[in-house]
Design a protein around this ligand. Structure first.
Ligand SMILES: NC(=O)c1ccc[n+]([C@@H]2O[C@H](COP(=O)([O-])OP(=O)(O)OC[C@H]3O[C@@H](n4cnc5c(N)ncnc54)[C@H](O)[C@@H]3O)[C@@H](O)[C@H]2O)c1
Length: 338
């Protein structure tokens, strides 16, 4: 796909991932429109582009009457990232808020189909995978796309909404000829990330020199943290190469235990603290790692950033840009809110 001058919408474009996607699209010469209600996104993430007149920014809630239609008007590609979403604490404690994503996704997809855009790319999630496959950290399991099927068993209302989003989009594809792809993101981290996700929460605790140093759960949970630059690359490739609504994993196959990530944060930051395991906190699945063979085959996508390198870069950014006093006053709230 030639991105130069192509009119592209990024919903939720002021978010952590959305703003990095906007950077990638601007770099490729696309003509980008962002719609975001700033409910968790931040204007400062896109401020440079907005001030320079490189992107068009519409602030608003896409569930409001008529906004989705206005947003997609004249667009060739729609990257739909807007969602009521947060980290583990948020998605477990805010079920009805996450359920609203079904309405939001439907409005955006329907508007896109009516406007006859060329392509919709949906930011889905590893949360669509059956919980039952992810309970045993002693197993070496890689989640393959075809393991999402009857009997469905998604991760909280947030995961069900992402699953419905994927299925709705595929239905628009089949019934209405809408070009589409879904990308299942796995635990994304990097600059501009939020404290409500584990990696940034750990970095924030080290920044505040917390001792004892809290880790949610027993630390045995396994994740495949995936750097935001790899997610952006895969998302843009999906727009290019998938038409039929196929859902593809975007995640590394590196298996990292939460406790090992915490130790690496302590070592790299030079913070000597006793680790305290908080067993009553939300922990999510014990073993969630993607298989990424389908993305390699369909998109020629392979993650480039090793976890330890991406983690160090993210720590450098965080330590170089945050204010200790402000963070100390607000960290507890940030862990479970958006
Ligand atoms: N961060 C992850 O690890 C991860 C993993 C899987 C999927 N995702 C998905 O990626 C997308 C981006 O997530 P993120 O982590 O960058 O942060 P995020 O949750 O802050 O992004 C959502 C963005 O959508 C905006 N938004 C929410 N509701 C809206 C509405 N009704 N109208 C307009 N804008 C609205 C928010 O202000 C925010 O900018 C989301 O769809 C999320 O579900 C993220």
């Amino acid at each position: 796909m030639n991105w130069n001058g192509r009119p592209v919408l990024v919903t939720g474009g002021a978010s952590f991932i959305g703003s990095h996607l906007v950077d990638g699209l601007v770099e490729r010469g696309a003509s980008v429109r962002i719609v975001d209600d700033l409910s968790s996104g931040q204007l400062e993430n896109i401020k440079e582009h907005v001030d320079a007149g490189r992107v068009e920014f519409i602030r608003g809630d896409l569930k409001e009457s008529g906004l989705a239609k206005k947003a997609v008007d004249g667009m060739s590609v729609v990257f739909h990232l807007a969602a009521d979403h947060g980290g583990r604490g948020y998605v477990e404690l805010h079920q009805s808020a996450c359920a609203l994503n079904m309405m939001l996704d439907q409005l955006v997809f329907d508007a896109a189909a009516h406007a006859r855009v060329d392509k919709v790319v949906f930011a889905s999630s590893g949360c669509v995978y059956p919980n039952g496959l992810q309970t045993d950290p002693s197993q070496t399991v890689y989640l393959t796309e075809d393991s999402v099927g009857p009997p469905f068993d998604a991760d909280n209302m947030y995961g069900w909404a992402k699953l419905m989003g994927e299925m709705t989009l595929r239905a628009y594809c089949q019934d209405r000829g809408l070009g589409a792809a879904s990308c299942r993101y796995f635990t994304v981290y990097g600059t501009r990330g939020h404290e409500n996700h584990a990696v940034i929460a750990m970095i924030a605790r080290a920044f505040l020199k917390q001792d004892p140093f809290d880790v949610w759960g027993n630390g045995e949970q396994i994740r495949n943290w995936t750097h935001v630059s790899d997610i952006v690359a895969g998302t843009i490739l999906a727009a290019d190469r998938i038409d039929d609504g196929t859902a593809v994993n975007l995640g590394t196959m590196e298996r990292t235990r939460v406790i090992d990530a915490a130790r690496e944060v302590l070592t790299y930051t030079g913070h000597k603290a006793e680790i305290r395991l908080l067993l009553d906190k939300p922990v999510g699945p014990m073993n969630r790692v993607a298989d990424n063979a389908l993305a390699a085959r369909l998109l020629d996508w392979r993650p480039k950033v090793k976890f330890v390198d991406g983690l160090h870069r993210t720590i450098d950014w965080y330590f170089g840009s945050k204010d200790r006093a402000k963070l100390a006053a607000d960290l507890e709230r940030k862990l479970t809110e958006r």
